[in-house]
Design a protein around this ligand. Structure first.
Ligand code: AR6
Length: 184
């Protein structure tokens, strides 16, 4: 537990998760793409893009570090939270703050909509090139800080590879948490 929130790390496919919402690592045009974004639209079907189109028409997309909500379509998850992580540009272009903001905006949006469980992928560490270890440290610190103030029922990280899984596990361990004890 992190405060009142159950935190779970697992290696797997985020599109198969049964949390109330899953988070998409989107782009600011909400235009779909490869990676986790492509997988979510494929698995959830066209209802997700239809709502992204409406958001784009209304507000032009989603700025880096912010988040928007759509249906989960055919997914088990009722909702998709689309957040936009920063593109890595060497580390001195506000990347850490924007990545932390992407995680925290996602959690804030969840709370605003009464969503109690959320699954995250490793935002920005694929096509956007953010170094894995640094991203994991930033992500864990941002989520821990948020949850200690405003708990949810469960936050899950769903990491595609063993290497990604190990990086997020180490990041929690470095903040004093232990697998099997306060993170699962
Ligand atoms: N479940 C969990 N993780 C996954 C899955 C999956 N099904 N598929 C890929 N990953 P990326 P970014 C991992 O590139 O870096 C898109 O084109 C992947 O192995 O999806 O934030 C968007 O449209 C990696 O560890 O997201 C944007 O244009 C992680 O998810 C851009 O890419 C994130 O990789 C966003 O880039």
């Amino acid at each position: 537990m992190v405060g009142q929130t159950r935190v779970v790390l697992l290696q797997g496919d985020i599109t198969e998760q049964d949390t109330q919402a899953i988070v998409n690592a989107a782009n600011s045009r909400l235009a779909g793409g490869g990676g986790v974004d492509g997988a979510i639209h494929r698995a959830g079907g066209p209802a997700i893009m239809a709502q992204c189109d409406e958001i784009r028409a209304r507000q032009g997309g989603c700025p880096t570090g912010q988040a928007v909500l759509t249906t989960g379509g055919r997914l088990k998850a009722q909702y998709v939270i689309h957040t936009v992580g920063p593109i890595w540009r060497g580390g001195d272009h506000n990347e850490d703050q924007l990545l932390a903001s992407a995680y925290q905006s996602s959690l804030r949006l969840a709370l605003q909509h009464g969503i109690k469980s959320v699954a995250f992928p490793s935002i920005s560490t694929g096509a956007y090139g953010f170094p894995l270890e640094r991203a994991a440290a930033v992500a864990v610190r941002a989520v821990e800080g948020f949850l200690l103030e405003q708990p949810l029922q469960e936050v899950r990280w769903v990491l595609f590879s063993q290497r990604d899984f190990q990086a997020y596990l180490r990041a929690w361990q470095e903040r004093g948490y232990q697998q099997g004890k306060n993170v699962e």
